[in-house]
Design a protein around this ligand. Structure first.
Ligand code: FE2
Length: 281
């Protein structure tokens, strides 16, 4: 049976790509952010995942405002990182894990989630940059299953629904007959707002409380509506639903905290990083 080894949740910001391209990891502005990752590298070297199931949101590269699925799962053979227009070098393509993707699609649709299935998909910074943070040599040792959640165009799915999606995906993985070691990834957030009157808004207290809740009280943030979460975390901070979906996939019991880092700001985003293992794992 496939095994979920744990989850890595992290922020995604286009400027990280520029910092990687220019080798600014040791620069005083970037160091507190990049210093969060060596413990994750050591954990990955020990755990050796074969597959990543990644919850993230597309930013208009693969889905644009004319066609915006609430939930979409990739079942492609390969995922290319396409130019987003930010002057960031494209990262190497990553192989898809198609068999597990179709198993997840079958099982999650059985649980009444109406997924869009994508046999062709390009990936943006929200998936490619976290991969580059986990494997700085950019030689990906994993195949991926991307799971996109719309946090770009309202109406957005509720935090509660995103957590439930994660639970269904986790159950699907645990019922897969293969022997893959699966890492769950969730990318987005934490608090930030890029536009409007509150541009630059960050809520450190809420972010830290949210990260803490994921250890032993993972449904805590599902008490809030999407509009309340926008109020508390900013228009783009609502991407934290990816962390909830990732946590849902680990199961409802307490999780073991392996590592965490929190740093503000990167660009104008509160950056969080967290590694959890299922408590029984
Ligand atoms: Fe984003």
């Amino acid at each position: 049976m496939a095994q979920i080894i744990g989850s890595v949740t992290t922020s995604h910001v286009p400027a990280i790509g520029r910092a990687i391209a220019k080798n600014l990891q040791g620069d005083p502005y970037w160091k507190p952010f990049f210093d969060g990752f060596p413990p994750v590298h050591r954990w990955l070297a020990e755990k050796k995942p074969d597959v990543i199931v990644a919850f993230y949101n597309d930013h208009g590269l693969n889905f644009f405002l004319d066609k915006m699925p609430t939930f979409a799962v990739g079942a492609a053979a390969e995922y290319r990182n396409a130019d987003e227009g930010w002057g960031i070098p494209e990262l190497p393509p990553v192989k898809g894990e198609q068999k597990l993707a179709w198993h997840i699609i079958d099982k999650v649709i059985e649980r009444d989630f109406d997924l869009v299935t994508c046999q062709e998909m390009v990936i943006d910074h929200a998936l490619s940059l976290p991969l580059a943070l986990l494997w700085p040599d950019q030689k990906w040792p994993v195949r991926i299953v991307p799971v996109c959640i719309n946090t770009v165009q309202f109406p957005l799915p509720s935090a509660k629904r995103c957590y439930a999606l994660g639970e269904a995906v986790g159950d699907a993985i645990r019922s897969w007959q293969g022997n893959e070691r699966v890492l769950i990834m969730g990318t987005g957030g934490l608090s930030h707002q890029l536009d409007g009157e509150r541009a630059g808004f960050i809520n450190k207290d809420f972010d830290l409380k949210f990260m803490e809740s994921l250890v032993a009280d993972p449904r805590w943030a599902t008490q809030y509506s999407i509009h309340e979460l926008v109020e508390k975390t900013g228009t783009q901070g609502v991407e934290l639903v990816m962390w909830l979906a990732a946590r849902g996939a680990l199961g409802n019991g307490p999780a073991k905290r392996v590592h965490q880092n929190y740093h503000i700001p990167i660009s104008n985003t509160a950056s969080g990083l967290m590694v959890l293992e299922p408590a029984a794992g």
